[in-house]
Design a protein around this ligand. Structure first.
Ligand SMILES: [Zn+2]
Length: 780
């Protein structure tokens, strides 16, 4: 389906007089890019409608969690016990439940470990060897799974998934509570990597814990996939149902802790000074206020408390929970206002993050919330946290994101680090919108969160600073990837664990595609309206790809199937070319002009030939030149001279024309016939800049529907009274055209002419054909 040309099998049956023979033949046929996506998209139904909105029977499951966990800093372990209440809102009776055991990706016998491919590229880093030799004992140690009455429930661990068998079926519209107790060893992020774990600071012997995927989490059950229990192999992230959380977290009493949800026991865990400063922060929307200052954090990291503290958080309507804890944390905050509602943007970071973090982290979070809200819906949660963990990159959770990037020990930092940190903070926090609230299935469709988020990240970066050194977003950033070998290139619509180029596809190509839609295909007004409508329809729900595609078409009134087909379902690149441009003017039939054109047409080749031949030199004198008596009327005659007969003919021609026809004839238009071809396979709008002889310029934009009948080559006529000197295709590099050398055309010096004759009365059939050829509407 992704190749522009594929082989159609044509069964040709020949019936001969005596024998019947069957021939199979292969024939090239073009798959029109504008064919509708009926084969690629699921049939709409009462759960998900043809308009892309949730249908009247749409349902989704819910899982509430009540849990207590304890962090053992000395052993770097996490212990937990949880009660999950699972609400079956589906019309199906369930006999078992599936949970995700994401920590198992670090178990010694994890499929992702055993099935890891790759060789040795000389030289290797020590980090590489450490990973190969690692005997880290990761993975959940499940102590029990019990029902509410403490009766053991049978469970089966399948790599990173766990099936819990129910004592009786869980019927529709009922719920079930059960308990799980577990513990696991926390990984060192710098050695083993991972989306969560700890950073160890050798100098002061402290840890920064960034804890996530730390509890057995319910898998999603829906009408599209059934249970989404594709294994966690590392690239495909998570699919999680919404629910309400109550989480008690016990940590050393000198730790400062940030988490998803609202703190329930501030009086027990915060000092009165910290509470006062938090109140100050709620009043401060221009600048950050330190809840824990750098000096205080430095004092904290020099001591060790041997007591514990329990922080209690509650969060409603979240799909996950994460927290960060350390005695090294500086904590700052500021207010972001949504009408009367205040959201607290905050950061938690060790002193090693400064001076970058105190300057940018919280403000980048506040900026992200505001810009993303503008393009989607108001950020609905009460807080928004950025935590410094790791060397680069980041990871997102509801209300909290872990972000990497810190300056050199002397406090200096390269320009690129500044922009990548601001970009990462915007990106990771931006994930709150996609997929934390518009809750798509990350395991299967990375582009639905990464791509949409990278696109909004780009918009937010543009609003941060005009010359922001963005990483992804504009179409031109895709050119190198798109013109590369197609051998290992997959369409965006590929599950991330099977895609060699997740970064290029799910992030960059999706973001660039949305930019092309916004800037070039739909226009900002239509795109923004449709994108917002998609976000509004699916916030706190689980959208699928078709819901996105359909919503954008439904709200904008545009048929974008050709774009989804080419950009999302295919790997064709964009390479449009100007093959030829011809300049015409009308032959008005004025005798001087008409004769000159006629003469020129007859003699153009001959004149050109004669001008070159050596005869001029070699033949000293011709016979006629030697003997004047050989000359007659035709040697004297000026073929360009206008005769009374010519005048008469011209008058007759004019008399046959109406006033309007005469005006059109003499208006002095230039006609430019532009021949374009599609060499890459992916059709796109045609953007042409005309540079005129008078020094002015004009940009004309033709929608991609120009290619709807002939996907590989088209001609188009442009008329103007000005003379064109040069035409440039895609002058602003909007379409990711991989070869711009064939995007320019310098015009011929003189025009060609065409004649105009009176309209003939066509037959009905001819008329229909003509109208069709002109691409217009036909009756019937
Ligand atoms: Zn991301």
């Amino acid at each position: 389906m992704h190749k522009r040309l594929y082989f159609c099998l044509v069964l040709i049956v020949f019936l001969a007089s005596l024998t019947t023979s069957v021939l199979w033949a292969q024939e090239d046929c073009q798959v029109n890019q504008f064919r509708q996506l009926y084969q690629e998209l699921p049939t709409p139904n009462s759960y998900r409608t043809a308009s892309g909105a949730p249908g009247p029977q749409y349902w989704q499951q819910r899982a509430d969690y009540d849990m207590s966990v304890e962090l053992d800093e000395n052993k770097q372990r996490l212990y937990g016990v949880e009660t999950i209440t699972y609400f079956n809102n589906s019309p199906d009776a369930l006999t078992y439940l599936w949970l995700q055991l994401d920590q198992n990706i670090r178990a010694r016998d994890a499929v992702s470990n055993i099935a890891r491919s790759g060789g040795i590229s000389n030289p290797v880093e020590f980090r590489f060897l450490e990973r190969i030799h690692s005997d880290f004992d990761g993975g959940f140690k499940i102590e029990y799974v019990k029902d509410r009455d403490d009766r053991a429930l049978p469970f089966t661990v399948v790599d990173t998934m766990m099936r819990v068998d129910l004592p009786q079926v869980l019927s529709p519209n009922s719920h079930y509570s059960f308990k799980i107790k577990w513990w696991y060893n926390i990984n060192d992020k710098s050695k083993i990597g991972g989306r969560s774990g700890f950073d160890y600071y050798k100098k002061d012997g402290n840890h920064v814990f960034a804890i996530a995927q730390f509890f057995p989490r319910m898998a999603v059950y829906d009408e599209t996939e059934g249970w989404q229990h594709k294994q966690f192999l590392g690239s495909g992230e998570f699919a999680l149902p919404f629910g309400n959380y109550r989480v008690s977290i016990t940590v050393p009493s000198d730790h400062i802790l940030g988490a998803t949800g609202i703190l329930q026991n501030a009086d027990e865990v915060l000092t009165s000074q910290q509470k006062t400063r938090l109140e100050e922060a709620r009043q401060s929307s221009a600048d950050t206020v330190c809840i824990v200052t750098e000096d205080e954090a430095k004092q904290n990291e020099g001591k060790r408390a041997d007591t514990k503290k329990t922080w209690i958080f509650e969060a409603g309507d979240v799909r996950d929970f994460a927290f960060a804890s350390s005695r090294k944390f500086i904590w700052d905050a500021m207010a972001v206002k949504f009408g009367k509602r205040i959201v607290l943007a905050m950061s938690f970071y060790p002193k090693e993050g400064n001076p970058l973090w105190e300057k940018y982290s919280t403000k980048a979070v506040a900026h992200a919330i505001k810009v993303y809200s503008k393009f989607t819906f108001d950020y609905p949660y009460p807080k928004a946290i950025s935590v410094l963990v790791g060397r680069g990159g980041g990871m997102e959770y509801p209300m909290i994101a872990f972000n990497g990037g810190k300056p050199e020990p002397d406090g200096t930092y390269p320009e690129r680090l500044k922009y990548s940190l601001i970009g990462v903070v915007i990106h990771e926090f931006g994930h709150n919108f996609f997929p934390m609230i518009v809750n798509s299935d990350e395991r299967q469709w990375a582009w639905m969160d990464e791509g949409l988020n990278t696109f909004l990240e780009y918009l937010a970066e543009q609003e941060w600073e005009r010359e922001f050194a963005e990483r992804n977003g504009p179409a031109y950033t895709m050119v190198n990837y798109m013109k590369g070998s197609k051998t290992y290139m997959s369409p965006i619509m590929t599950a991330p664990d099977a895609d060699l180029h997740v970064g290029s596809n799910a992030y960059a190509k999706t973001a660039a595609g949305l930019n092309i839609l916004r800037e070039t295909i739909m226009g900002r007004e239509l795109f923004d309206f449709a994108f917002k409508e998609y976000a509004r329809r699916w916030k706190f729900k689980h959208p699928m790809p078709a819901d996105f595609f359909r919503s954008l078409e439904d709200a904008s009134g545009m048929d974008l199937d050709w774009f989804w087909r080419g950009w999302f379902f295919g790997t064709d690149h964009v390479d449009l070319a100007i093959d030829n441009v011809k300049w015409y003017k009308i032959n008005t039939m004025e005798p001087e002009l008409a004769k000159a054109i006629e003469y020129e047409k007859k003699n153009r080749n001959r004149k050109q030939y004669i001008s070159n031949i050596r005869n001029k030199k070699d033949i000293e004198k011709t016979a006629v030149e030697k003997d004047q008596s050989l000359a007659d009327f035709y040697d004297e005659y000026d073929p360009l001279e206008v005769t009374p007969l010519d005048e008469e003919q011209y008058r007759k021609y004019l008399d046959s024309l109406s006033e309007e026809e005469k005006q059109l004839l003499q208006a002095g238009y230039n006609y430019y016939e532009v021949s374009l071809s599609n060499k890459g396979g992916m059709v796109m709008p045609v953007i042409l800049r005309f540079d005129y002889a008078d020094g002015s310029e004009e940009v004309k934009r033709i929608p991609a529907e120009l290619w709807r009948r002939y996907n590989d080559s088209v001609q188009k006529i442009f008329t103007t009274k000005k003379e064109v000197r040069r035409i440039t295709l895609d002058p602003f590099l909007e379409t990711a055209d991989v070869d711009t050398r064939n995007n320019r055309w310098v015009l011929q010096e003189t025009p060609d002419y065409f004649e105009v004759k009176k309209d003939e009365e066509p037959s009905e059939e001819n008329l229909m054909q003509k109208v069709r050829n002109m691409g217009g509407e036909t009756k019937n």
